[in-house]
Design a protein around this ligand. Structure first.
Ligand SMILES: C[S@@+](CC[C@H](N)C(=O)[O-])C[C@H]1O[C@@H](n2cnc3c(N)ncnc32)[C@H](O)[C@@H]1O
Length: 417
């Protein structure tokens, strides 16, 4: 398995949420303008909008002859669809409006591309908005990566360092182009993204910002363990009759996520808890190193949990600053930890954290990937848990996905002896 743990170099956080500002009205006008155009209407009568002729890379505008705005529109249409649970949605037919919304596509740009395919370089397979909006994005699945990359590099060859093309469109084109190329190079080379996580038994998908992995900040990516553990804890909340009932007004439930990264596990727990019990009598901390917490706070807000969940620094090598600020030593009813073991010191630090923060009757939910390289660390973790008077009350193996494919995982539910 490809292990990306050693590959990063530090840089600033860059989170760029998708900008979309397209009025539905403008699109309707664009479609009806198409209807009013005699030539186009005739063509469309013969070549129905539902035409399912397949296109390929040869249908892309000629890099040599097409103007930059036409190429730019193609590059925007080739943006990846929203990512869900480490997979990308494959193409279902969508309306022009849906495609424009999901790709952040401006109507003028789309109009220009339509003009290219109807007037300048007529192409019957792409002579309507609907065909353009449905078929061009599908090229990502229909054409080999190599062919698309070769198209992108020919665009780069033409526009990179070209002094005659200093205008805004070319700048946008180059920005879009570098994203398309980097998206073909795996998660570690990708620009920042918002990824969506869908869990069974949770009403809404969870959006999470993931900054570009330009630094060795592993918490800027969501890891496969956290998806597995999130589903487990959501199901656990549904099925377990917790002895700390939410409607008890005497006891406040305290939840702590260690090494939360983008926060998936803690946020899943919080969202399910809110669905079931509201937000009274509960205190939730999602914690990590200071350089990770900024993005973690963004994800708390993105999920509208800022009144309910606190994203704070808790460094396993210096837990005292967290204790000085919030107290809560030996007070957490639930501790959540996903994928915390990837160096020789981690087992000791993590067991220390569980010892320091778990309440006498608390439960720790731990999920770790079975990376071949860290078998020894997993053994040490097991021994240290025993030595520190913890017992494993439930254990299970599973398989799940991460960005590079299928990974095996181990779950442990841990309590004090
Ligand atoms: C492999 S990532 C897993 C992140 C997240 N739990 C997930 O599964 O998506 C490991 C996380 O542990 C955090 N971490 C590593 N050393 C830490 C320390 N000394 N104190 C607190 N967090 C630490 C990293 O910053 C990172 O977010």
């Amino acid at each position: 398995m490809f292990d990306p743990l050693d590959l990063y170099t530090p840089d600033e956080i860059q989170v760029e949420p998708l900008q979309f500002d397209l009025a539905e009205k403008e699109l309707e006008e664009l479609s009806s303008q198409q209807q009013r155009d005699g030539t186009l209407a005739n063509v469309d009568e013969k070549e129905s909008d539902d035409d399912d002729t397949i296109i390929d890379n040869l249908d892309l505008p000629s890099v040599r002859y097409a103007p930059p705005e036409v190429i730019l529109c193609i590059l925007v249409l080739l943006r990846p669809n929203r990512q869900v649970n480490f997979n990308q949605e494959t193409g279902k037919d969508k309306s022009v409006l849906e495609i424009c919304e999901s790709h952040g596509l401006e109507p003028d740009l789309l109009k220009r591309l339509l003009g290219w395919y109807t007037e300048e370089w007529p192409n019957k397979r792409l002579n309507s908005l609907k065909k353009i909006c449905n078929k061009i994005p599908m090229l990502r699945f229909m054409v080999s990566k190599e062919l698309l990359l070769s198209y992108y590099t020919s665009v780069l060859k033409k526009y990179n360092n070209c002094c005659g093309f200093n205008d805004e469109t070319v700048q946008q084109l180059l920005k879009e182009l570098s994203s398309r190329i980097s998206e073909n190079c795996g998660r570690t080379a990708q620009p920042s993204i918002i990824r969506y996580f869908e869990l069974k038994n949770l009403t809404n998908a969870i959006p999470l910002y993931e900054p570009s992995l330009t630094a060795d900040n592993l918490g800027w990516k969501t890891w496969g363990s956290s998806l597995i553990l999130s589903q487990l804890v959501v199901d656990h909340l549904l099925t377990t009759n917790l002895n700390f009932a939410a409607n008890s007004d005497t006891k406040q439930i305290k939840v702590l996520e260690l090494g939360a990264g983008t926060g998936l596990v803690g946020l899943s727990w919080a969202l399910k808890w809110r669905e079931l019990h509201g937000t009274d009598n509960i205190e939730i901390f999602v914690t990590d190193l200071p350089e990770i917490v900024t993005n973690l706070k963004k994800n708390v807000s993105l999920n509208n949990l800022q009144d309910f969940v606190q994203a704070e620094t808790l460094d396993w090598t210096n837990p005292q600053s967290f204790i000085d600020k919030f107290g809560h030593e030996n007070e957490f009813d639930i501790i959540l930890v996903a994928d915390p073991i990837y160096s020789p010191q981690h087992p000791e630090w993590v067991v220390n954290m569980i010892s320091k923060f778990l309440a006498p009757s608390g439960t720790c939910h731990l999920e770790i990937p079975l990376r071949a390289k860290y078998a020894r660390e997993r053994e040490v973790l097991k021994l240290l848990l025993l030595e520190n008077n913890f017992k494993v009350v439930e254990e299970g193996h599973s398989e799940g996905m991460d960005d590079w494919g299928v990974v095996k995982y181990l779950y442990r539910q841990i309590v004090r002896n």
